[in-house]
Design a protein around this ligand. Structure first.
Ligand code: ADP
Ligand code: MG
Length: 630
């Protein structure tokens, strides 16, 4: 049932030649790398047998530390320790400066496209920080596999946009990795469970990590995973469980909440560490002892599973609210869902499993370690893409989350590639000039479902120049949209008569959050009717202006020669009537006015055509004319 086979250039599979490939889960809190060896997927540990690499980088005076050793510095030296760098990928400076979660960093104030964090080891961008994490995982893989990697698959959230995906690819390049494909995290989880080889159906992926919650609804249809909807909360995760438990510890010890101890980072860090350890051990045992011995806090106590569940219940309920929203967006109910996959360390919490099972009214899939499930799917995919599998293995295809198109006259968005189109894809559409003698064209690339450009997201602008001057509508400009397998877009425009062309790689400087995508999609549904009316209004207005311009040009040329005074008078009246109606926001009345003007001009148009033909044929034989025309 494979849909399309795509061999990467130079990577068609040669028999008996095993290539080294790995899958990388580049997470907000933790990252890890996995590979397929002797048909089995395994995640690769460090020397201390730890599989998870904390996604933390410390920029020291003399050394850069990645992972566990860097973690120590995240509270004592926050300026120089970058945590949760994934949240910064593909974002612009203004975006980050206005966002509280990045306030512990100092940003360089320059106009570079990629914002840079000032550390004692120099300025670093989010791409460079991610590259450090990737390089550490790469080393781990090379050491275990005993050779350089031929290629990797890196996972990204389903809602990552072009800029965030591009930033991830750039980081991989910087780390010296050959990226075979970026894969959506929920899709990777579904692959890990082998669902891609199963029956078509709807799958929910519930991913609760350290600081983020993502819920995705996928539909598997003939080997293609389609993202029906994504949602979640980018500020809700296991860290919030730790906070709730930490506040309870402080209350038991007779102290105020964590937030009041900002001046004492050691106390905060210590309490949170104990809270986290207690939480994690309660996945196995019904109660756990806590023993904190630091300056200002000596406390010993016992946390039961019941107590912890009461503390985190409101947070778990919040995730279920997001699940309800996303199901509404995807227009599905519990009955439509065939499988629910649990992803992320926080889904080890028994209460989470229980509540999610109740909510979806089915037993969630938990047999694969929720920390490793995404890396596992990525490794399986990498193994196929690098060419270690027989040719009939499925290649996964992803889809475009929001439609892509260009701006046309009247501020309308013309969609060229529609939402949910399977990538990679290339589509072309012909456009033409609006004015006589027009030699350049401004091409504005937009993304979104709405009809008006103002309601869509602007991705890029470029110009096609050097179009030979022709009458309006004669030029044929072919605009081609190409989206590669990673979801990156290239737009090109070519004038077909002259061959002039221009193109742009779309790398927008701002990322869209999942909430923004959600909002845009929702708006497109809410406003669908309004949008259609707006579109037809704008189309009529453009039509009206074009008719008026053509008429004025014609009148200036031969109006007096071809029209009687009375005829001209009635045309001018119809012209004025159209002018009066053009801005009154009623498509029907504009349409009627255009019709009126056209009917008043009928005789004039016929006379002009005759006079033109006479003009063209003067001095030529009829035969010659028809030959030239061909
Ligand atoms: P991310 O996808 O954001 O990188 P992870 O999937 O690695 O994050 O999840 C990290 C979170 O999982 C942390 O909050 C951690 O405390 C939590 N976690 C790990 N093990 C357990 C456990 N046994 N019980 C509860 N939570 C756990
Ligand atoms: Mg994760």
């Amino acid at each position: 049932m494979a849909l399309l086979h795509i061999a990467e250039p130079g990577q068609s599979s040669a028999p008996h030649q095993h290539k080294l490939a790995a899958g990388i889960d580049l997470g907000t809190t933790n990252s890890l790398v996995a590979t397929v060896r002797s048909g089995q997927v395994e995640t690769l540990p460090d020397e201390a047998d730890r599989h998870l690499l904390p996604s933390v980088v410390y920029y020291g005076k003399t050394a850069v530390l990645v992972g566990n050793p860097a973690l120590e510095y995240s509270l004592t030296d926050p300026h120089n320790t970058v945590v949760s760098v994934k949240r910064m990928m593909g974002r612009g400076l203004a975006d980050m400066q206005n966002n509280q979660q990045f306030h512990s960093y100092r940003f360089a104030q320059n106009d570079s496209a990629v914002p840079r964090i000032i550390t004692q080891a120099g300025e670093v961008s989010a791409i460079e920080v991610s590259a450090q994490i990737l390089a550490t995982l790469k080393q781990r893989a090379v050491a275990t596999l005993g050779g350089e990697l031929d290629g990797v698959v890196i996972t990204v959230p389903a809602y990552f946009d072009d800029a965030q995906r591009q930033a991830t690819k750039d980081a991989a390049k910087l780390a010296g990795l050959n990226v075979l494909r970026l894969l959506n995290e929920p899709t990777a989880a579904a692959v890990a469970y082998g669902l891609d080889a199963g029956n078509d159906g709807v799958i929910a992926v519930y991913d609760l990590g350290g600081g983020t919650f993502d819920i995705s609804i996928l539909r598997l249809n003939k080997g293609v995973f389609e993202v029906l909807a994504t949602g979640g909360d980018s500020a809700l995760g296991g860290d919030d469980f730790d906070q709730a438990i930490g506040n309870w510890i402080l209350a038991e010890a007779g102290l105020d909440k964590l937030a009041t101890h900002a001046a004492n980072p050691v106390l905060i860090r210590s309490v949170l560490q104990h809270a986290r350890r207690a939480k994690e051990s309660l996945a196995q045992q019904p109660q756990t002892d806590i023993n904190i011995e630091i300056e200002g806090l000596h406390w010993q106590g016992c946390l039961t599973r019941e107590r912890m569940q009461a503390l985190i219940l409101p947070l778990v309920k919040n995730t279920l609210l997001a699940c309800r929203r996303v199901m509404r967006d995807a227009k599905i109910t519990n009955d439509d869902i065939n499988e629910v996959i649990m992803v992320g360390g926080s889904t080890r919490t028994l209460l989470v499993r229980e509540k999610v099972g109740e909510f979806f009214a089915c037993e969630p899939l938990t047999s694969i370690d929720p920390d490793r499930v995404v890396a596992t799917g990525a490794a399986l995919q990498a193994d196929v893409l690098v060419g270690n599998k027989p040719d009939d293995s499925l290649l996964l295809l992803d889809v475009i989350p929001l439609s892509l198109g260009i701006e046309t006259m009247g501020g309308l968005a013309e969609k060229i590639i529609h939402r949910n189109t399977v990538i990679p894809v290339a589509k072309a559409q012909d456009f033409t000039t609006y004015k006589d003698g027009q030699t350049a064209m401004a091409i504005h690339v937009v993304q979104g479902e709405r009809e008006l450009v103002d309601d869509c997201r602007s991705l890029a602008r470029f110009e096609l120049r050097g179009i030979p001057p022709q009458v309006a509508g004669a030029a044929r400009i072919r605009v081609t949209f190409q989206v590669d397998a990673d979801g990156l877009l290239i737009v090109s425009a070519k004038e077909r008569n002259s061959g002039v062309e221009a193109s742009v790689d779309v790398k927008p400087s701002y990322g869209l959050t999942d909430n923004e995508i959600e909002t845009m999609l929702k708006a497109s549904m809410d406003y669908a009717r309004d949008d259609m009316l707006q579109r037809s209004l704008r189309e009529q207005q453009v039509d009206a202006r074009r008719t008026l311009e053509a008429l004025d040009a014609a009148l200036a040329k031969d109006g007096d020669e071809l029209l009687s005074a009375a005829e001209k008078d009635s045309i001018m009246q119809a012209r004025q009537y159209l002018l009066d109606n053009i801005d009154n926001n009623d498509a029907e009345s504009i349409k009627a006015a255009i019709k009126q003007l056209e009917s008043d001009c009928e005789a004039y148009v016929a006379r002009r055509m005759n006079s033109n033909i006479r003009h063209v044929m003067q001095g030529h034989s009829i035969n010659e004319y028809s030959e030239n025309k061909e």
